[in-house]
Design a binder for this molecule. Sequence first.
Ligand code: AMP
Length: 213
Amino acid sequence: MKLIFLGPPGAGKGTLAVRAVELLKIPHISTGAIFRSAIAAKSPLGLKVKAIIDGGRLVDDDTTIALVKERLAQGDAQKGYILDGFPRTIAQAEALAGFSPQGSAPDRVINFDIPDSAVLERLSGRRVCRNCGTNYHITFNKPAQEAVCDTCGGEVYTRDDDREEAVAKRLEVYREQTAPLIDYYRAKGLLIDVDARPSVDEVVANFKKALGI
Ligand code: AMP
């Protein structure tokens, strides 16, 4: 199954993706996570995108499309995937539909529906493991030991782009450039709306029901 997770930052796409991977046995491909690894490794890609990402803006379409094209060509993605954070523009969606081998148009697009006020509350408390990317929240989902990842023991930190100024920019960018994808995929009959406000378990249950799994 080829799935796209669409929604504003902080909607819970990454959290649901971890659960969906267990259910569907397909890879979770997060462009944000790929960029963050490149930044941590100080690779040429990382050096190119760091300031853009820290400022809450989008990396250019050509760079992002090339990255996803390469990733989807790998063996594990042939039986399906969860794309989390891609596409974020209409140009990216159109490029995705033309990727080989058999065209990578998604089977379903999950639209995470959530008001801005809930997004702001989640992002201001969000923490992430620097090593494995597991998400935490200082109020709703703390690691057992402060700043230490339960999964791998890595350092749990605040993403630079979860700081207040960057969050405002990311929401603006989402509304202007990414939200038009909701109508784009709805018109193709692919969109499934999921209320992203309840607990993770409830969101997982609604997701399973919507997909009939
Ligand atoms: P995320 O982890 O999905 O919130 O992504 C973090 C940041 O990475 C975004 O705010 C963008 O700066 C960049 N990014 C991730 N995915 C894309 C994309 N599809 N197109 C452009 N920039 C992206």
